[in-house]
Write a protein that binds this ligand. Structure first.
Ligand code: RB5
Length: 148
């Protein structure tokens, strides 16, 4: 499975640790930066990771900013993206099971690197349940299509 990664200056340490962790576990990683500590605008990185998923290049994405919230707001503007900002284990698992989220957004100033790696593991190994949840996800998609 190929996973797209990205961060702003609030999430560089976490993103780099996540990249190494995923590679060690055998995942292919597509790292959209940033690669050094400098101030950037998170929507630019969110767009790159989101497009990597909607184009089919990557299956899932991980975005890290200071809170995880700015990245999720930006990524969710791209049609077909379901980005979830999570800071604990239950949400990271259930946003895959029930929402079929395709991007996990983390806050580098909210959680430590160790917790981030645990949430990433849950997110990338949990499959969408489908069934009644597919109906609900379809209704999200319908809103997206009618609003644009
Ligand atoms: C950058 O200072 C910060 O605003 C950003 O990383 C993020 O937390 C936005 O949601």
């Amino acid at each position: 499975m190929k996973i797209a990664l990205g961060c702003d200056h609030g999430g560089l340490e976490h993103k780099n640790a996540i990249a190494e962790h995923l590679k060690e576990k055998g995942f292919e990683v597509c790292d959209f930066g940033i690669y050094e500590q400098k101030s950037v605008d998170y929507p630019e990185i969110a767009l790159k990771v989101a497009k990597s998923i909607t184009s089919g290049e990557s299956e899932l994405g991980i975005l890290v900013c200071g809170t995880g919230i700015g990245m999720s707001l930006a990524a969710n503007k791209v049609k077909g993206i379901r980005a979830a900002a999570c800071s604990e284990h239950f949400s990271a698992k259930f946003t895959r099971l029930h929402n079929n989220s395709n991007i996990l957004c983390l806050g580098g100033r909210v959680i430590g690197v160790g917790t981030a790696l645990e949430l990433v593991d849950l997110f990338v190994t949990t499959e969408f349940e489908g069934g009644r949840h597919q109906t609900r996800v379809d209704k999200i998609t319908a809103i997206e299509q009618n609003e644009n």
